[in-house]
Design a protein around this ligand. Sequence first.
Ligand code: FEO
Length: 398
Amino acid sequence: MKVVEIKPDVFWVGAIDWNIRDFHGYSTYKGTTYNAFLIKDEKITLVDTVKAPFFSDLMHHIQQIIEPRLIDYLVINHVEMDHSGSFSQVVDAIKPEKIICSEMGEKALINHFKRSDLPYEVVKTGDTIKTGKKSLQFIETRMLHWPDSMFTYIPEDKLLISSDAFGQHWATSARFDDEVPFDELMNHAAKYYANILLLYSPLVQKLLAKVKELNLDIDMIAPDHGLIWRKNVSAILDAYDRWSRQEAKRKAIVVYDTMWHSTEKMAKAITDGLIDEGIETMPMSLKVFHRSDIMAELLDSKGLVVGSPTINNGLFPTIADILTYMKGLKPVGKIGFAFGSYGWSGEAPKIIFQYLSEMKVEQIIEEPIRIQYIPDHEALKKCYDLGRKLGERIKETV
Ligand code: FEO
């Protein structure tokens, strides 16, 4: 496929991974891309590489513009393997004069690839390297997504190459945000934020403040995954501000799994209560929804209710999975409760209660609601009433 000139003499030369469906535990139903950018200037610069199996795609794309051996500088904004998996092959192919990265980037590259003899040039926030007519300015973005991460900004083009930030896992034939439906794009961007960056939200807030302080003139953001933002730059910056403040709306999710449909009956009754309070909601069975889709829905939900049957004195395995994953992503400011059905011991709802406490969820009942065997009308009424109670509490806060 043809390369795309995103700015004068700046080309998208990355790769499209149409078939990936699991990205370290994140369901990528529509694949992803590994974006890399070639800057044609007096010093020819490649910003980022691609995942190892896509090395030949990258080389093929570069070859449409220049002989890869003519590349002078290689910028590594981020060392995670989806961007640096082909690092060694690329370095051997182009033999760059400089490999530009952050201090942590140099350490991570050497730790990954055992190539300490390469011409690394460490940069920090505020450093600029001229490539000729253009300049590369660097902004370290520690933990967004790894300690080594940084942005590369080209002031002459008002172009921010943003590595993982502002990305989306979406493989398409389009390269720009204005070539795809906006709502679908924002859904992909939100899911990406919820699953990749949510736990670093305080750092995202600091980064947005830093970008403001640096007074960067940006009219294009080119992330390393998905579509390039040129029409909706302010929309994605505003969304990152909202998401990193974990701003929620009158919405709740009821996450559960079930063995013999008792916990499911409880989940539906709770959902009914929420609906009757006017709360946007849905029951999310782990048999139907992937953990990463649950995180995407949780991003703007004020309410979080989790239920599990008890099995082998503990949680249903899928509930253990989602709670571990969710806790690690550090959602904040949620309100909810724990529930579940059981036969004789009934530990699962208590364990969920503990998880929710550790996640600092404001729990509207002091103990989880537990129903033995099959919930009868009275038990389901209790669940329904709790749904309504949660709805009322959400409306008091949002
Ligand atoms: Fe897309 Fe943190 O790698």
